[in-house]
Design a protein around this ligand. Sequence first.
Ligand code: PLP
Length: 397
Amino acid sequence: MTQFKYSKRVPADGTDAVGAILQAAADPKIISFAGGLPAPELFPVKEMKAAVDKVFEEHGQEAMQYGAAKGVTALREVIQQHVKEKENVDSELDNVLVTTGSEQALDLVGKAFVDPGDTVLVEQPTYLCALDVFRSYGANFASVEMDEDGMKMDALEEALKANPNTKLIYTVPNFQNPTGRTMTEERRKQLAELAEKYDVYVLEDNPYGEIRFAGQHVPAVKSFDKSGHVFYMSTFSKTLAPGFRLGWLVADKAVVNKLTVLKQSADLHTDNLAQFAVAQFFADNDVDAHVKEISALYGKRKDLMLEGIKKYFPEGVKYTDPEGGMFLWVEVPGVDDTVELFKECLEHDVAFVPGDPFFAGEVQPGAFRLNYSNMKEDQIEVGLKRLGAALTAAVNK
Ligand SMILES: Cc1ncc(COP(=O)(O)O)c(C=O)c1O
């Protein structure tokens, strides 16, 4: 058999821990809180079909032709207006780059800014695919402690002092994946100031910010950025549909220009038809009303989760109570091996994502992520009853 000589960027075999978990949880008898999908019953299929039909009628040839790497102008205008309206971020068209899912924005920023040995500061825990991206460019990580109000700014400043090689601070400030936590406004201001003071960049990843079902909107870190050190990224994946693979980045024009060159060598440009269709969808529909509907459904599901957790989980278990987004985070004291706990839960026909891969450094044992956005209401209580029984057995061992 040929032994392929992969580059150092390619992870060693056996590192797709999450893939293995999702596969284990795919058995139909298992109630799985392990997924991370939006609720498909709220995808605006009919309205999107009408938008696509109109695009074919009005710009069919353009939509099927090669396009610009920065993206379709009509969609970039939608994004420009959207970030102003939702996040009070001023931008010109040249500050906006359309990406193939916001995942590509992570990749392009990693490629453009992270050299092997550079430090990336991340929340503890953080979005695991971001870790994979930065790792592939040779990043060293330093983790910054969080509390219920997001990344702690005193811990961040300490990390900046201790890691003079820091290039980038990565944050998911709204309803973070995996914890569901939200960073306060005061900390966001401090974060923008620290980035300028230490001359490092902030990658503000905001896929969930619009899916708020409780509390008050908190302005983006980018809205406090006076020096261009903050790069803001978001996506249509959670508000419209992930299958279109449409995300975006708003940053200084010089950065957007560099990333555009890198994007060109990655995929030339993002799918033109999807871009035209989403721009058309925005022109013809009340998108805010649609997003409200999503938020209301997720809020209802989150409330059911909390009810079930309170009813069935053993005493001493801690959990977050997110004001939006798709996930909550559970910490079970006295558990040393979360993957072992996961296996025990599978025996009770229930699953979650163990916290381990969300940590860049030392893992916090007994922590795991639960999804509720794609959980049918009647499954939530049954699933949590099973999970509660499994946790009770584990902590009493
Ligand atoms: C924090 C975070 N960032 C980025 C993404 C990527 O999303 P997409 O590429 O669909 O825009 C996700 C997806 O779940 C996410 O949770």
